[in-house]
Design a binder for this molecule. Structure first.
Ligand SMILES: [Fe+2]
Length: 209
């Protein structure tokens, strides 16, 4: 069955997340994404994220912007209702997305001569993330579609306003996800984790410990 995406609801920060805002204001003010992923993950691991602190909107997802320091970077928490599907869309050059709770299907695509081609599909579980560096000044990096397989929560960081991301009119491509057994596992922490590095010609998953 063909599925259509629904527009998200964007919200301002909630008072309970003040420490989160302070962390991201300081981090994003550096205007340097080189060490962004490790800093964010180091903050996330001891921080307690409660699903109920973020607004649930039926049949779509809410976007709670926790930091927008004015240099283009944005940090946002998304709360997903079950079976929400986004459009296939691109992002500014740096994109980070981390599954905090639930199960989130992520399909990555790349523009090929024959059209949009799916290059990977994964189910993200809590503790798994992508950190993708593309080409500065462009908005068709990390082309993906997200499907929330259950009620979920995720954290997103972008190097520019994500609403500038290119949207692709190719939503007739049916969703497909591999099972979690194909994920890499970090041997030291026994927590599955991902880094996805994109150079616009290939994606590769590398072990993250
Ligand atoms: Fe996205």
């Amino acid at each position: 069955m063909e599925r259509s995406f629904t527009k998200p609801v964007t919200l301002k920060i909630q008072p309970k997340d003040e420490p989160l805002r302070l962390f991201f204001d300081a981090l994003l003010a550096q205007d340097n994404s080189d060490n962004m992923a490790s800093a964010i993950v180091g903050f996330i691991e001891p921080y307690v994220f409660k699903m109920e602190n973020y607004k649930r909107v039926a049949e779509t997802y809410s976007r709670t912007i926790v930091s927008q320091p004015g240099n283009g970077f944005e940090a946002m928490i998304a709360r997903w209702s079950e079976k929400t599907v986004t459009a296939i869309h691109g992002h500014p050059d740096y994109a980070f997305y981390y599954c905090l709770a639930g199960r989130i299907g992520v399909e990555h695509f790349m523009m090929e001569k024959s059209g949009l081609g799916r290059i990977s599909s994964k189910i993200m579980r809590p503790g798994e993330y992508y950190s993708i560096q593309g080409k500065p000044g462009t908005f068709d990096n990390a082309i993906h579609r997200i499907t929330s397989l259950e009620e979920s929560l995720s954290l997103h960081v972008y190097s520019d306003d994500p609403s500038k991301g290119r949207v692709f009119k190719a939503d007739r491509i049916p969703s497909s996800f591999v099972t979690v057994q194909q994920h890499l596992t970090c041997p030291r922490s026994l927590r599955p984790a991902y880094r996805c590095i994109a150079d616009r010609s290939a994606y590769r998953h590398v072990r993250h410990c």
